[in-house]
Design a binder for this molecule. Structure first.
Ligand SMILES: N[C@@H](CCC(=O)N[C@@H](CS)C(=O)NCC(=O)O)C(=O)O
Length: 198
């Protein structure tokens, strides 16, 4: 059995989880909550001390989330969550990069308040990160994703969940097409309902 080490609050781990559900490979993985990982195995397995990471049956460790999702797609036979057709493939991978960037920026804002007392928090840094989120959401509002579910859409739905939780759902403001895209995804993609709450 493979092991996916992640935490329920990680949008990156959520991407991997959803990819497992969508490829039907979820029976081959144990999902382990890293927050209950008492002996600090995470730190030993990833020098960057980040989740998610995937531990294969032979103890090979794979990170980060784009690489894990690429492994899942490969294991499923290819072309499942990462399209094989080059045009669709690089569009999906680029959307994944954009959505991951929104997660990074959301984390950037959230970590600033988590790690610093109020007097040491940099409002300039937080505004710099928020601008990335806002600009990415504006771009997506112009043309929300379409077509079959792929890694780009998986990353985007996970970014939205994270931004709802950690960024007060600001991405929703004035972006009705993006909100409609999310509502349709949640309604139509049955695998999404298998995810735990963030
Ligand atoms: N690029 C990485 C980002 C992973 C990441 O930042 N994970 C967060 C949890 S959501 C983490 O472990 N942060 C701990 C830290 O930065 O020390 C990925 O796609 O997997």
């Amino acid at each position: 059995m493979m092991k996916l080490r992640t935490s329920p609050g990680s949008p990156y781990g959520r991407k991997a989880q959803l990819s497992f559900y969508l490829t039907g490979l979820d029976g081959k993985v144990d999902i382990i909550d890293s927050e209950k990982d008492a002996d600090d195995r995470i730190r030993k397995l990833n020098p960057l001390n980040k989740v998610p990471l995937l531990v294969l049956e032979d103890d090979t460790v794979i990170f980060d989330s784009p690489v894990i999702c690429e492994y899942i797609d490969w294991l499923a036979g290819g072309g499942k969550v990462i399209p094989a057709d080059p045009k669709a493939r690089f569009r999906a991978l680029t959307l994944q990069a954009l959505a991951d960037g929104m997660m990074d920026a959301t984390g950037g804002v959230a970590y600033e308040s988590r790690w610093h007392p109020p007097e040491q928090m940099s409002q300039t840094w937080m505004a710099h990160q928020q601008k990335k989120i806002d600009k990415a959401a504006d771009e997506l509002e112009k043309s929300p994703p379409s077509g079959p579910v792929d890694i780009g859409q998986i990353a985007l739905i996970c970014a939205m969940d994270y931004m709802d939780k950690r960024n007060d759902g600001k991405w929703r403001e004035g972006r009705p097409k993006l909100v409609a895209w999310r509502d349709a995804f949640v309604k139509n993609v049955a695998a999404y309902a298998k995810l735990p709450p963030m």
